[in-house]
Design a protein around this ligand. Structure first.
Ligand code: OAD
Ligand code: ZN
Length: 248
């Protein structure tokens, strides 16, 4: 099968890198953005632009409370896709996971080399003095209509630490992601619509530098034409099967 062929290629090379998007966490109960029941069916992406936050932090946090409830209300657990990637890293097959996700489920599954391109949603940061607090605390205050939640030190407005539209990606994460993509022999892009740049450029970069590109995603992506393997399938099925083939 094609999966066996991909596993064969992976066995023959040194550098295998995984790239993940929101589709890797849908089976953990966290909605994606552009999938069948994605957030963009219910919210305007503009609401998550840094300028929307700056213009009206109250409304931003009101929206954030709803999204947070939906995504993290029931403490999400890693699913078989996260676990398969962690297993492949432990077996020395995978160099690391570059993720657009801010949910920290790769770390929770045990992956050590996780590069978070869009930051994470563990903390909120004061826009005036950079003081941090757990995001869950800011959310609690926002839920009690203490809007927007403010810094306990300087009363500055807090912002969730994840990257919003219009914000720069964390520089060091982007640098490390590029370094991995450029040297990859096999690049596995999984659970991402591959529509949001600059992150979505990475699979193409890897392929241009000679990597074998495999894409696992339920919906088609604009990068499918550059891929050597496309699996229009569920990551929680494909990744465990791949890990099994490689570790048995
Ligand atoms: P998207 O929602 O754009 O894409 C997720 C993709 O995963 C969709 O194409 C789904 O078809 C697919 N999918 C969902 N569940 C799946 C499953 N179980 N198995 C396989 N595929 C599945 O999410 P991202 O590509 O991660 O940025 O979006 C990129 C960025 O857009 C996000 O990081 C976020 C958003 O704006 C910021 O917030 C800065
Ligand atoms: Zn402050």
């Amino acid at each position: 099968t094609r999966l066996t062929a991909l596993a064969g290629e992976i066995r023959r090379v040194d550098r295998v890198v995984a790239f993940t998007g929101a589709g890797v966490s849908t089976a953990s109960g966290i909605p994606d953005f552009r999938g069948e029941s994605g957030l963009w069916k219910r919210y305007e992406p503009q609401q998550f632009h840094i300028r929307a936050f700056e213009r009206d932090p109250e409304s931003f946090w009101e929206t954030m409370v709803g999204v947070y409830e939906e995504a993290f209300g029931v403490d999400p657990e890693p699913n078989p896709a996260h676990e398969a990637l962690a297993e492949m890293e432990r077996a020395g097959i995978l160099e690391g996971v570059v993720t657009q996700n801010a949910d920290q489920l790769h770390q929770k599954a045990g992956t050590e080399n996780v590069i978070e391109l869009h930051g994470n949603l563990r903390e909120a940061v004061c826009q005036s003095c950079n003081q941090r607090e757990p995001l869950s605390e800011s959310i609690n205050r926002a839920r009690e209509r203490d809007l927007p939640p403010r810094c306990r030190d300087c009363d500055g407005v807090l912002k969730p630490d994840g990257v919003l539209f219009g914000e720069q990606l964390p520089e060091y994460a982007l640098y490390r992601a590029h370094a991995l993509a450029e040297k990859a022999d096999v690049f596995l892009a999984t659970g991402s619509s591959l529509r949001v740049e600059p992150a979505a450029n990475l699979p193409k970069t890897a392929a241009d530098r000679g990597a074998t590109l495999a894409i696992v995603n339920l919906d088609p992506t604009p990068v499918d034409v550059n891929a050597d393997y496309t699996f229009r399938a569920d990551v929680t099925e494909v990744l465990p099967r791949l890990a099994d083939e490689l570790t048995e």
